[in-house]
Design a protein around this ligand. Structure first.
Ligand code: CA
Length: 248
């Protein structure tokens, strides 16, 4: 069950809060913790949505207006790690803060390796969570700046591309084309769609520009990274969970 609470009056109390409320998704099965987070975050001007199961949480992370996810690890159905992996595999790259009673170093490392942006062991101070949420939502920090799929990592700001830990230099057009693919992992994209996304224009559909640039990307990233789907277009291959580089 998802609840939706927004208190517009609360946002006036804190000048650091942006004018439009940002939506945070809380995935937590314990109702009293969820209620505590919802009340606190709403009072600080955020728009909070709550999912009490992993499956529902994963579904709700796909909503385009979710700005950040606060994710519990121990859930009744899907483990929080599975939710995180599922999100990243589906190309959902919003920041994720893990909340968990499992504070061991191994869990923390695993969560960060799977693409979490931060980790806060329970019990935690609400002010610390709030500070971490603010940090992750600060412009230029995390939100929408880095894209990951499979072993490919793409930094939108620096235009740096890393494939399986190896840094690759791409031209502006190659970067735009890879960004189009990585924003739609596993999805078959037609030449026309790729032209519209990477060239920002409607070209003659007979042009072989896309095929030429897919060839360039394959040469730089590896031949199997982009798959040809006969008669339809191309698809980015994503085999396993995302593997971000250590320094993000
Ligand atoms: Ca739990």
């Amino acid at each position: 069950m998802a609840t939706h609470i927004y208190d517009s009056a609360a946002s006036k109390a804190d000048s650091r809060i942006p004018a439009a409320a940002m939506k945070l998704l809380v995935v937590e099965d314990e109702a009293h913790i969820a209620a505590f987070l919802e009340a606190g975050l709403t009072a600080h001007g955020y728009d909070v949505e709550w999912a009490s199961t992993g499956a529902e949480g994963l579904k709700l992370t796909m909503a385009p207006d979710v700005a950040l996810v606060i994710l519990d690890l121990k859930l009744p159905d899907l483990d929080g790690m599975a939710v995180l992996t599922g999100m990243r595999e589906r190309g959902v790259m919003v920041p994720v803060i893990i909340l968990s009673a499992r504070g061991e170093v191994g869990d923390r490392v695993r969560a960060l390796d799977l693409g979490a942006d931060d980790y806060l062991p329970k019990p935690f101070a609400f002010t610390e969570l709030l500070a971490r949420v603010r940090a992750r939502l600060r412009p230029g920090h995390g939100a929408g700046m880095a894209l990951r799929a499979g072993g490919i990592y793409l930094d939108v700001l620096t235009r740096e591309v890393t494939v399986a830990g190896r840094t690759v230099s791409l031209s502006e057009r190659e970067f735009a084309l890879l960004r189009a693919f990585i924003s739609h992992p596993r999805q078959v994209l037609s030449r026309q769609e790729l032209l519209a996304m990477a060239w920002d224009m409607d070209f003659d559909p007979q042009t072989n520009l896309v095929d030429v640039y897919v060839g360039y990307l394959r040469r730089k990233l590896g031949e199997t990274v982009i798959e040809t789907v006969r008669g339809t277009g191309y698809r980015l291959r994503v085999d396993g969970p995302s593997t971000p580089p250590a320094a993000l």
